[in-house]
Design a protein around this ligand. Sequence first.
Ligand code: CTP
Ligand code: MG
Length: 342
Amino acid sequence: KLSVMPVIDQELTRLIDKVCYDVYHESMPSSIDVARKRDTLNFLQRYVTVLFPDATLTLFGSSMNGFGLKNSDMDISLTFLSCSTGAELPDGALSSLFKHMKKCRDLKKLIYVPFAKVPIIKFLHVPSNLEGDISLYNVLAQENTKLLAAYSEIDERVKIMGYLVKKFAKVCNVGDASKGSLSSYCYILMMLYFLQRCSPPVIPVLQALPESTEPLPRKIVESCNVYFYEDIASLSKVWPHHKKNVKSPGQLWIEFLRFYTEEFDSENYVVSIRSTELVLKLEKRWFTKVFAIEDPFVHDRNLGSGLTRKMNLYIIKAFRSARSLFTSKLKATGKQSLVGVY
Ligand code: CTP
Ligand code: MG
């Protein structure tokens, strides 16, 4: 197909590829950024241990899942060696920690959010200028972090696409779940779902591999099966499509925008990265929701449940505009930076 494409399309593809690589390289944390995060975590670990000697702080989220941008926040889960689950925790552990953290002069913008679905303490660590959240026993989030990290290891294009969609959500102001849109985590799941379903697929459904093994192994954490195929280096042995898709990042990016504006039937189907089968909204009883994204491990959790009809339309419109900007205006203006294009 490519050989009969007019020259202008090849030129345009090259230009879009350049934007993709530019965004990827500009957003990628440097070794200095990574070291700054590690040092900040060590500082917090030492500070928290003064109050709770058996406390352990574990990073999760984009700092560990392969989709971390330069200035992504630090998502931290606090656990205690003496308590194997959060249910055994003494009352008020997080509020005592909050009082303790307020005494630290390197920590500012401290906010305690006790009544959220996941109670957190928000902070800014002044010397590193890093913001973050501390939550208690966020163990399933640690598991989905490992799942996303495995997907990000399969192919560099997975990372590039992840960075692009996060940057897109940020630039278009549609990436804040607390303001009625979708979280970064949702956009990454949408991207992975697309990469599983494009032709040929770029990534498999890791939770359904190896296909020949019946039944599949199970690993239970907080009553959820968090098993997935982890041996990415041996993927070609269990997945026949490995490396069969050779499209460039730019081609995949345009296909992604097309997939969610034209192909994916969000009225009837759920974005579900854990299944090779299509998942119907009807079977999940999510038919009243405008857009449904199933958590890969907590299957009754619709991560898009906070989305309003208006915001959904706004996001789709942003996808449409991006698609037309990338395929026409980019060429006309010759601008090569995503931010410039917007
Ligand atoms: N998470 C989750 N369920 C949600 C939202 C988040 O399990 N509804 C978990 C995911 O592991 C996610 C992590 O919490 O990666 C942190 O969420 P957030 O900081 O919003 O996203 P990040 O993936 O860290 O991306 P960003 O770089 O924007 O911080
Ligand atoms: Mg984060």
